[in-house]
Structure formats: C-alpha cells, structure tokens
Design a protein around this ligand. Structure first.
Ligand code: ADP
Length: 510
C-alpha cells in the first residue's frame, strides 16, 4: 500500500465512538491520478492558447516564458509525472511556433534543452513537495485517528480559548459536532461560573506564566449541548507551534466512575450490615442449641411429674395434670420453633430442590408468626390445588416469606382489622404466584419508590434490608417480586417462582 492509498481503516474506536473518515488522499487513486495529469494537460493547453492569441504581437519571442508557469503548476500540484508531461508536451508546441516564424536553428535547440532541464528539475522538486505534503497529512490523519479512539475527549484551543480541534469522543460527550464546536470559545462547554471566569484564567496565564491546571489534572464541571452538566477530570497540555500557543485538553467523564464509587460504597456498607447479621445468625444458632437442651429437659420433667400424679383422685390435682400437659406441650413447641430457627439461620450453601410450596409456606409462617396470634392477627392460607411443586432453595424462599409475613404483621399493629392471607395461584409461563395480603397501614408514596432498595426503612429499629434481600433471592430463582395496594386497604406483595409439573417431578425422581 503506497502513501497515496493511505486510509485509516478503523470505523469504531476502542471506546465505541465512531471514528471519522481520515482518508488522506482520495479513496479512488485512479481518479486522483487522472486529476493530476488532467491539470497538467489543461495548464499547458491554456498557456499554449494564450501564447497563440498573442502570436501576432510576440512573433517568435520568448516562446517558453508562457509555458513555464504551466510546468510549475503541473509539477507543484501533480508532482513528477505531470511535471514531465507538461514539459515534454510544451517543447513540440513551442517548435510549432518557431517553425511558423522561420527556420529552427541551434539556439532554439539549446533553448529547448534548457527548458527541458528546468522542467525536469521543477518536476523533481514538485514531487518532493507533494511527498512532504502527503506525509504531513498522513501523520495528521494518524494522530487524529489515535485521538479519536482514546477514551478521553480531546479538545485543542488556541491562546485565546478558541476551539481548534474537537475529537469524535468530544462530540459524543458534549453533543456538539466538531463543525459546531470549532471556532467557538471553549467556554461553550462550561457551566457558570467557570464560563465567565475562563477567559480571565487564560489571560492571567498569558501575563504571569503561572500554571494552575496545565501539566496537572483537576476535577471540574462541564456542560453538554442540551444544558445538562457532568463531572469531568481535565488534564491540559501546552504546545507552541509556529510561535503560536495552543492548549490541548483531555477530558474524562466522571459520571460513571462516581456512580460506580457510590454503588461500591453502598455495597460495602451493605456487606458490613450483612456480616453483622451473619454474626447475629451465628449467635442465634448457638443460643438455639443451648436452649433446646433445657427445653427438652423441662418437657421430660413435666411428663415425669405428670405420671407421678396419675392415679390420684384429688380434684385439684386433675387441674394440675392438665396444666402440666399444657406446659409440656408448650415446651415442645418452643423446642420445635427453636430447631426451625437454627436451621433457618445456619450458614449453608444454596441448594435448589423440588419443594412443596404449601409446606414451605406453612413452615415459614410458623416461624414468622411467633407471637402474632397474641396481637390478634387472623391468618388464612389458600393453596390452589393446581400448583404445588417448585424448584427452589427452601431456606431462601422461607426467608422471603418470613420477611413478608413479619412486615405484614408489623404493618397491622395499629389497624383495627388484622387479617393476613397467604395465597398460591398458577401464573403464565409455568410460574407460581405467592401472594401475601395484609390489612395494615399500606405503603406510603415516598416509600413505594424505594421499597426494594437496601436500608430503606420507616421503622425506628428497622434495617431496611429485608425486601432488598428478598428481591435478590426471588430474582435469582428466575421470578419477580412487587408490591401493590390491597383492594380494601393494606398491602399485597406478590412474587413468582418457577413451577415444576408432576411429570417433571416424576422424571427427576427416575
Ligand atoms: P425493615 O422491615 O427492616 O424496615 P424491609 O426491607 O423489610 O426492611 O422493609 C422496608 C420498608 O418497607 C419498611 O420499613 C416499611 O416501611 C415498608 N413495608 C414493607 N412491607 C410493608 C407492608 N406489608 N405494609 C406496609 N409497609 C411495608
């Protein structure tokens, strides 16, 4: 590939910004060659016609003088080939003249030879100039192509702040095309107060030479064409070219980075909270273990004592027997709850198995509703017989249900009607909907927008992570969770889970 054919062959920069076409020479080399030679032929023809028109006045005087500019033009614009063509075609034309005005002598031959020598020399110099021009353009295009693919926007301004160059990334970042931006003051890209102050900064630098931004980076605000602003990191370099001062600015849009940093911080504090919760979980597990033993012992002692009372006929002892039966039952129930709690909080790998949603709901409710009956909450379960099996991590889905049910119970604390309904129904696309309805306070408009965000809570001692964790769990199972007002007051939470058909279940067991 010759320099003439140089064509920057990139259509997309590394940062996804389309790179402008940087063809140095025309993308059609044949047409370009024809143009260069065409100019040579046209220049010689024009010179010859002009000399011909003036032939009656000039006779055979200085015939080469008119053709020399044509040779210079052909060589200057077209290079060596067109220069030689112009020289060689001029000589026979001149001889036609001379022949018209008398015999051709040695002096004409010498003149012709000198003309040819000058023509060849001019063509050679013209070619060198043309090569230098192409090289400069190639370098410029090469540089521009690099500038276009660097992820920073690159903007060159002169010593008065007027934009001279505007990279493709800058076009994308600011919303101006290069044509719109070039020629404007760079303050176009700044919000107030920088806009008003920038000319002063440049002037002060021109006067004092004290560098503030140049050579160092700084954060500042930039303004897009639509008037919106964004944080940027700016690095400025200074260049002198032909005794003129230019400044090159490299701009990085910090919006994404700041967003990522904020998210990272959020995640870190979420992690800190979660690790505290895990600690608590560990403690709860240990306490559960410790409590289980004495509870079992209480149940046994009560049963033993009860047996000692058998056979006695005293009426009051009959009441005591009943009371002991009840106490033993309660101790057993407490043990059961504690066992479930231990299972629930113990650290474990996520494992998905085919589960019965009804059983899962019942177990989770037993945990979540500890104490709820004392608060007068009426609980109803409605399981649609058409759906039951799901593929899920039992403990994780129980965690979702515990969160929803506990929230529901807490939301009904101040309500006169306290009814909780957990319902399962089939949904489209082989999904099961689990719906938790309460007749509580409902969700305020403000809370509704950030319900599933971590640490969003309205409770004085709430952590605000329950719903965020629940959403993560449901989405990891391929479902969705949302909240809506319950018709008749209160809140309705619905989440979906993938259903497993009886056939799939049987296949899986084979
Ligand atoms: P926490 O219970 O620790 O506040 P959650 O993420 O579980 O955290 O809940 C976030 C918030 O959502 C609660 O503080 C409450 O304001 C609101 N909320 C959740 N469930 C209900 C509900 N059933 N009724 C009314 N508000 C609710």
């Amino acid at each position: 590939m010759g320099k003439e054919d140089f064509l920057v062959n990139l259509s997309m920069g590394s940062n996804g910004v389309p790179v402008r076409d940087r063809s140095v020479e025309t993308a059609h080399p044949r047409r370009e060659v024809a143009l260069r030679y065409g100019i040579a032929v046209a220049a010689v023809a024009v010179a010859f016609i002009a000399r011909f028109v003036l032939a009656s006045i000039l006779k055979d005087q200085a015939p080469y003088l008119f053709l020399l500019p044509a040779v210079l033009l052909a060589a200057g614009v077209g290079g060596f080939g067109p220069g030689i063509l112009a020289t060689c075609s001029s000589v026979p034309l001149v001889f036609i003249f001379i022949a018209n005005y008398g015999a051709v002598g040695w002096s004409e031959v010498v003149n012709g030879a000198v003309f040819v020598l000058i023509g060849v020399g001019t063509a050679w110099i013209g070619e060198r100039l043309r090569q230098a021009r192409i090289l400069a353009l190639t370098r410029e295009a090469h540089l521009q192509s690099i500038i276009d693919i660097v992820p920073e926007a690159t903007i060159v301004i002169d010593g008065h702040g007027i934009i001279q160059s505007f990279s493709a990334t800058a076009e994308q970042m600011f919303g101006y095309t290069a044509a719109e931006a070039i020629g404007n003051n760079v303050t176009l890209l700044m919000p107030s107060p920088y806009r008003e102050e920038h000319d002063g900064y440049i002037k002060r630098y021109r006067d004092t030479g004290v560098q503030r931004v140049i050579g160092t980076g700084r954060m500042a605000a930039a303004q897009r064409k639509d008037g919106s602003t964004f944080p940027m990191e700016l690095a400025v370099g200074e260049i002198w070219s032909a005794s003129q001062r230019f400044f090159t600015g490299f701009i990085r849009d910090l919006t994404e980075r700041q967003g990522t940093e904020a998210r990272l911080q959020e995640l870190q504090s979420e992690l800190a909270h979660v690790s505290r919760l895990t600690e608590m979980g560990g403690m709860a597990s240990a306490i559960a273990h410790e409590l289980n033993q004495p509870l079992a012992a209480i149940a046994n002692y009560l049963k033993g004592s009860r047996r000692l009372l058998d056979g006695s006929t005293d009426e009051r002892l009959a009441i005591l027997r009943d009371a002991m039966d009840s106490a033993a039952d309660q101790a057993l129930r407490a043990g059961q709850i504690i066992r479930r709690m231990r299972e629930f909080v113990s650290r474990r790998e996520s494992e998905r198995q085919i589960q019965s949603i009804a059983k899962l709901v019942e177990e989770a409710s037993a945990l979540a509703l500890v104490g709820a009956k004392d608060r007068g909450v009426g609980v109803t379960f409605e399981f649609d017989p058409r759906v039951n099996l799901i593929l899920a991590d039992k403990v994780q889905i129980q965690q979702v249900l515990v969160n929803l049910i506990r929230n529901a119970v807490e939301a009904m604390e101040e309500s006169s009607e306290r009814s909780l309904t957990v319902r399962t129904t089939p949904a489209d696309n082989m999904m099961i909907v689990v719906q938790v309805d309460d007749s509580g306070s409902g969700i305020s408009e403000e809370m509704a927008t950030k319900l599933f965000q971590p640490f969003a809570t309205t409770k004085p001692h709430g952590m605000g992570v329950g719903l965020s964790i629940s959403r993560t769990i449901v989405e990891a199972h391929g479902g969705q969770i949302k909240a809506e007002p319950r018709p008749g007051g209160g809140t309705r939470f619905r989440f979906t889970l993938p259903a497993v058909t009886e056939e799939e279940f049987t296949d899986a067991r084979r």
